[in-house]
Write a new protein. Structure first.
Length: 80
């Protein structure tokens, strides 16, 4: 019985170590995403304009219009 318990512990330990190293490798290769803004979205500057302005302000950034109450904001997402 003691041998089965030891074997179960060892297998559990190996699984925890293996899954932890996979998570660390995955996190090491991903960039953190940050958010910013470039003003308001208007009929003259809607989705495509917002996206363009975000790409100019933040290297590799993308943007979309987000409604907050009655106000439409141009919100950007970029790697940081």
């Amino acid at each position: 019985m003691e041998r089965k318990t030891l074997l179960a512990f060892f297998v559990s330990f190996l699984i925890m170590c293996a899954s932890g190293s996979v998570v660390d490798q995955t996190n090491a290769n991903t960039n953190k995403l940050c958010e910013g803004g470039v003003g308001l979205c208007t009929p003259e500057c809607a989705e495509s304009c917002c996206d363009f302005n975000c790409s100019k302000k933040y290297n590799g950034g993308h943007g979309s219009c987000t409604s907050v109450g009655n106000i439409r904001l141009c919100q950007c997402e970029y790697s940081c």
